[in-house]
Design a protein. Structure first.
Length: 182
């Protein structure tokens, strides 16, 4: 589908504050001129017919009035340091702020490992019946891949679970001691 020719014009307006006739700085189509606050506030402006030209590309005013995006700015691309690199940096760096950030990164990686273990435990019980669990798994895989490699051999959650299973088998659960005291 071919789009028709888009014509744009220069506009002039009389500034109502000082009475001067001024040329609007951007080329506008008639539709854009109808929405232009400067022209609307100052006698609606006048289209200069002799300035008609075909618009090629985006309008110049769009770039001039572009605003800075708000919200959280994305981080630039980078390669995440491996655990050994973080350990070496921690040993080398004496600035407490840098060391705190390194510890926070290591802690976040460990927590992600624990979350992954919890995901596996829930998945073993519910299989693929939970859509949210699949989304969580995908997010975890993506984050684990991004930050690089292994977060450690096993998480605290996994070791606690194994310890609880072992205690149940041996009859050494927390309720067993209370029963023995009776």
């Amino acid at each position: 589908m071919k789009m028709g020719t888009v014509w744009e014009y220069r506009y002039e307006y009389t500034d109502l504050d000082d009475g001067e006739v001024k040329l609007y700085p951007f080329w506008l189509t008639p539709a854009e001129a109808g929405r232009c606050h400067t022209l609307l506030e100052n006698d609606f402006g006048r289209r200069l017919q002799h300035t008609r030209r075909e618009r090629i590309g985006p309008p110049a005013w769009r770039e001039a009035y572009k605003v800075e995006p708000k919200g959280i700015k994305p981080l630039p691309e980078f390669d995440s340091p491996m655990h050994a690199e973080l350990v070496a940096l921690y040993r080398r760096e004496r600035d407490p702020d840098v060391r705190r950030v390194i510890l926070e990164v290591v802690r976040a990686r460990r927590v992600m490992g624990e979350i992954e273990d919890l995901y596996r435990a829930i998945r073993n019980e519910y299989k693929d019946a939970l859509v949210a669990m699949n989304v969580l798994r995908c997010l975890l895989q993506k984050e684990r891949w991004r930050v690089g490699g292994d977060f450690g051999s096993g998480s605290a959650v996994e070791s606690k679970r194994r310890a609880a299973v072992g205690a149940d088998r041996e009859g050494g659960g927390p309720d067993d001691t209370a029963k023995g005291d009776e």
